[in-house]
Ligand binder design. Structure first.
Ligand code: FE2
Ligand code: FE2
Length: 295
């Protein structure tokens, strides 16, 4: 029986036991510290490259925040008011909390069939996500709130559940679609915080943004590794995996330069984008047509 938290992480002998200990930790700060401790032990060769326990399919969650389906989440506004900025930071903290689990699940669930560097990559990502969580929770506390004070999105673990038997699908969806979507929207969020005079939060989000480019790159690297092993063209494989269940995650506007830095080139999402943006372009033309008529 593996304990959770930092004690569980310290008692683990294998990488799988250590990842499982992180996933079983509910308390957010404890999870973040356990994650950092496991990543450190792995870097210092303190854990065996052995996959002797399974990862929990549905990691336990703390009592707070209350998890709500997306359609019951309160509207959070556009970072103009302090309330909407708190709601935004809280939503981001929740994403990072779940991202810790996504990284350690990826290493512990799929690592056995992969080279050692695969675990190196995902534990590095997991350590980053833990730091992101701590930075956001600290910022929330400085603003008189904390992680858990507001409801949070219940659906973030869904992508993990739907791809728990298929590493290629997991990589296509989690880093290469969900995290890549983060790259598309974060510059605008940073600008909103700056416009509202909240430079501290803007700096935290900028740091997260830089790290997330690396996370998408780790995902793309291993996705292409899997495709090469299976003799499949990566862009086509990605499109077919995304079109099946996750088509709505991939939508413009895209941050092409951040995506390109992460190795996620237009040949991946260009065709999917063209389908969506041709619809957008025609509706924009209609709007512009209306404007010019009225002008
Ligand atoms: Fe993150
Ligand atoms: Fe990330």
């Amino acid at each position: 029986m593996i304990a959770a938290g930092r004690a569980g992480a310290a008692a683990a002998r294998s990488i799988a036991e250590a990842c499982r200990a992180v996933l079983l930790t509910t308390d957010p700060i404890e999870k973040a510290f356990a994650a950092r401790a496991v990543a450190r032990r792995w870097r210092q060769s303190g854990l065996d490259h052995r996959f002797d326990v399974v990862m929990p399919d549905d990691p336990p969650r703390p009592d707070q925040p209350e998890l709500l389906p997306p359609n019951r989440m309160p509207k959070r506004g556009r970072a103009g008011s302090e309330r909407s900025r708190l709601a935004m930071l809280h939503a981001l903290a929740h994403i990072e909390y779940v991202a810790i689990d996504l990284a350690f699940d990826c290493a512990g669930r799929f690592g056995a069939a992969m080279p050692r560097e695969f675990v190196d990559g995902w534990l590095g990502v997991g350590a980053d996500e833990a730091m992101h969580f701590v930075l956001l929770d600290r910022r929330l506390r400085a603003l008189g709130s904390h992680y858990g004070a507001l409801p949070a999105h219940a659906g973030l673990w869904e992508a993990a559940g739907k791809t728990r038997d298929d590493l290629t699908a997991r990589l296509a969806v989690v880093p290469m679609a969900l995290e890549a979507r983060g790259l598309d929207v974060t510059p605008m969020t940073v600008a909103r915080f700056e416009a509202a005079g909240d430079a501290r939060s803007a700096r935290i989000l900028t740091r997260i943004y830089t790290d997330e480019i690396r996370h998408v790159a780790v995902g793309t690297r291993w996705f292409e590794f899997c495709c090469a092993n299976d003799g499949q063209p990566p862009a086509e494989r990605w499109q077919s995996l995304i079109s099946r269940q996750f088509r709505d995650i991939v939508k413009p506007p895209f941050n092409d330069s951040a995506r390109a830095q992460a190795g996620l080139t237009l040949d991946y999402y260009g065709t999917l984008a063209a389908l969506t943006s041709s619809g957008q372009t025609s509706s924009r033309r209609e709007r512009e047509g209306q404007n010019s008529t009225s002008g």
